[in-house]
Structure formats: C-alpha cells, structure tokens
Design a protein around this ligand. Structure first.
Ligand code: TMP
Length: 211
C-alpha cells in the first residue's frame, strides 16, 4: 500500500494515523518511505534534496530515485512482505512516473517500464493520492519549515507543482482501480476518515484471501 501526493499535503501525519488504525484492526504493518530507509537511500535523499548551484538533469534525477527504489525493494520491502507484513510506503513508483515522467516530461510509460524492471513483482495493491491545491500545500510546507528550509523540489515554482498535481490526477485516471484520490483539505481526522473508508475494504479482502 502506498501514499502519494504533492508537497505539504500531510502525508506523514496520515501515514502515522493509518498505521495506528491498521494495527488496531489486527494487521502487522511496516512503515517505510522513499527516498530513504536504506544506507544508499539516505545518501540519495541528501543528493536529491540539497539545494545547490546546479541541479541534476531530469534523466539523472530519475535514475537516482530508481537506484534508491532498487535497493529499497530488495533490502527492505521484499523482506518485510516475506515476513507477512503489510507494507505502507510513503511515496513509491508513482512518484517517479508523475514527477519525472509527467511533470519533467520524460514520459510516464517510459518510467513505468523502468519501474517494472526495478520493482519486479513488488507492486502496491492500493495507492492513496492525497490531493490538495499546490499553492495551499506549498504554503503549509513553508509555514512548517520556512522557505529556506524547503528542499530542492519544494523550491520549484508553483507551475511545476501544478504539473505534478495534474500528473497525479492523470496517473489515477489511468489506473483507477488501484489509485484512489483523497481530498486532503480539512482537519487531519477528517482526511484520516476518508482514507480509512478506502483502506478498510482492501484489508477485508486480504483477510478473506488468507482464511
Ligand atoms: P518527501 O519526503 O517530502 O515526500 O520528499 C520527497 C521528494 O522527492 C518530493 O519532492 C517528491 C520527490 N520524488 C520524486 O521526484 N520522484 C520519486 O520517485 C520520489 C520517490 C520522490
């Protein structure tokens, strides 16, 4: 299961709230995120986040995220799945298809092909796209961290973030049975309730298939 969305939409808060609810429903849940959560991933997170005089070209940027994912799938996600855990990942393959494939213009299909090579059989059953107006999201992110505290991608102009949002909406339309759009405005508890309505039937399905 994965959670996706633009900047400042409240993914981290929702991940924690969902983790609690899934545990309370009797499932063993394992939380992770991209980029990060491996030694190489931590290095890559720093490389893609830091604001420097020169940014990587889109192709190099994509390959960094894919390198992180290859490592993450093999060293973290697959082992957790093998132990029977439900894996909840903060960003995954859809982020590359949307940020690099759609918003940076490398092509979502081309990125999907590379994602499939990198991920193999590890693919989310359900993806929650937390949707919010990018202006509002960026305001929330900069209120939390201050403008200078924002990372390289957060500091991209609002036009880029609008392209990201449009990209996620297109991504969801192209794979409507897996990717669900969750309106992310309003109180955290209200958003959590919207998420739970979508997650509950999936958990029930898993329970039934295990029985
Ligand atoms: P986050 O930890 O705040 O979600 O930040 C991760 C940033 O990396 C965010 O701006 C989205 C970006 N990103 C991509 O552009 N492509 C990817 O494949 C992933 C995983 C993240």
């Amino acid at each position: 299961m994965t959670m996706e969305g633009g900047e400042g939409v409240g993914k981290t808060t929702q991940m924690r709230m969902l983790e609690r609810r899934i545990k309370a429903a009797g499932f063993e849940v394992f939380i992770t995120r991209e980029p990060g959560d491996t030694l190489l991933g931590t290095e890559i997170r720093r490389m893609v986040s830091e604001v420097k005089d020169e940014s990587p070209c889109p192709e190099a940027e994509l390959l960094l995220y894919l390198a992180d994912r290859a490592e993450h799938v093999r060293k973290v996600i697959r082992p957790a799945l093998k132990k029977g855990k439900l894996v909840l990942c903060d960003r995954f393959a859809d982020s590359s298809e949307v940020y690099q494939g759609r918003a940076r213009g490398l092509g979502a299909e081309k990125v999907r092909e590379l994602n499939k090579w990198v991920c193999g059989d590890v693919w989310p059953d359900l993806t929650l796209f937390l949707d919010m107006d990018p202006g509002e999201g960026l305001t929330r992110a900069s209120q939390r961290q201050g403008w200078l505290g924002l990372d390289r991608l957060e500091q991209e102009g609002v036009t880029f973030h609008q392209a990201v949002r449009k990209g996620f909406v297109e991504q969801a339309a192209a794979d409507a049975s897996r990717i669900k759009i969750v309106p992310a405005q309003g109180k955290a508890e209200e958003v959590a309730e919207r998420i739970w309505t979508l997650v509950k039937p999936v958990l029930q399905k898993w329970k039934n298939s295990e029985a």
